[in-house]
Design a protein around this ligand. Structure first.
Ligand SMILES: Cc1cc2nc3c(=O)[nH]c(=O)nc-3n(C[C@H](O)[C@H](O)[C@H](O)COP(=O)(O)OP(=O)(O)OC[C@H]3O[C@@H](n4cnc5c(N)ncnc54)[C@H](O)[C@@H]3O)c2cc1C
Length: 291
């Protein structure tokens, strides 16, 4: 199938894009890399009278370090994120997540802003943003605002952004000290969305006790999640005494809306999720211990 007819708009500034969205209302949709939106249009799962293309907005592209934070422009492609030495050094979890997204053709066109705004519960970047307590910067006719990742993902493919709001950038805080990061996922084929996945960020103190930890889950609920109860139980414990399998079990025990489809039941996905948490835990602790 082909998409239904639409009018095409290519603004040259973010302010112009936002003004267009406000003028055109619900009939308009932003298009960035098109890697999620175009299939939906082609299958007529979504129909819009107007597409507002971000491709001419150079101001949305780029990676900048400010102190202990790295800001990634929403229009930056997955490929540019994956190539960035700044991200590799300061935000290793984001770097490691990137090759797991689709195939290189998708990473060449898909943008981090598109992936975050699309908010697929099985997407890697939403989970990384939540795990690292990233902040989303937006622009709308009402001005700029910053949305913490914890408040941003509100449901299946839905976010706290309004229809006339443009995601302009994502700020990732760098974790200093003896830190380790890992992402693990299980997908049926390389490049597929994960059936279940996990992210771990951990920091150890001088005595190798856990002084900060984040356990992220994706593909296991309508949104990416943090296993906050598990995180609380882990803080203060010597990392070497924590059983990885137990972390996996604890992180997935309370999940109540695990998706099920022809590829796997909710129980199967939960069990995979527990294994992914355990594997990510082991790798992250090893990295932090060697730091
Ligand atoms: C075969 C295939 C496999 C894939 N595998 C994976 C995978 O394993 N993991 C994964 O995470 N993703 C996967 N993807 C999706 C891919 O990562 C997309 O690139 C990404 O989800 C959307 O980015 P985009 O720039 O292409 O956005 P688009 O498709 O252009 O837009 C997606 C949505 O975000 C909105 N949007 C885009 N930019 C902005 C903005 N700046 N402000 C506000 N709203 C905006 C659009 O209106 C639209 O609703 C896959 C895609 C394909 C086709």
């Amino acid at each position: 199938m082909k998409p239904a007819a639409f009018d095409y708009h290519a603004p040259t500034t973010a302010a112009e894009a936002v003004a267009l969205l406000a003028d055109l209302g619900d009939e308009a949709k932003i298009i960035a890399g098109g890697q999620s939106l175009v299939p939906m249009l082609a299958l007529r799962l979504a129909v819009f009278d107007h597409l507002v293309d971000l491709r001419l907005l150079d101001e949305l592209r780029g990676i900048d370090t400010h102190g202990d934070e790295v800001r990634v422009g929403a229009g930056t492609t997955h490929a540019a994120v994956g190539r960035s030495p700044e991200i590799r050094r300061a935000i290793p979890l984001l770097h490691r997540a990137t090759p797991l997204i689709g195939h290189f053709q998708i990473r060449n066109r898909g943008t981090i802003g598109g992936a975050i705004a699309h908010a697929d519960a099985a997407g890697e970047y939403p989970a990384v943003a939540l795990t690292l307590d990233a902040e989303m910067q937006t622009l709308s006719p009402r001005g700029q605002r910053t949305i913490p990742a914890a408040d941003y993902f509100t449901g299946m493919w839905s976010t706290a952004m309004a229809a006339d709001e443009l995601l302009t950038g994502i700020t990732f805080p760098a974790w200093r000290g003896r830190s380790g990061f890992a992402i693990e996922e299980f997908a049926r084929r390389a490049g597929d969305f994960a059936m279940a996945g996990a992210t771990i960020a951990i920091r150890l103190d001088a005595d190798s006790r856990i002084d900060r930890v984040a356990v992220g889950l994706f593909g296991l609920a309508p949104t990416p999640l943090r296993a906050v109860a598990t995180e609380s139980e882990l803080v203060g414990r010597p990392a070497a005494e924590v059983d990885a399998t137990e972390v996996g079990r604890s992180a997935t025990a309370a999940l109540s809306s695990v998706p099920a489809d022809i590829h796997g039941s909710a129980d199967y996905r939960r069990r995979i999720g527990a294994v992914m948490v355990a594997r990510a835990w082991t790798r992250a602790v090893e990295e932090a211990s060697n730091d």
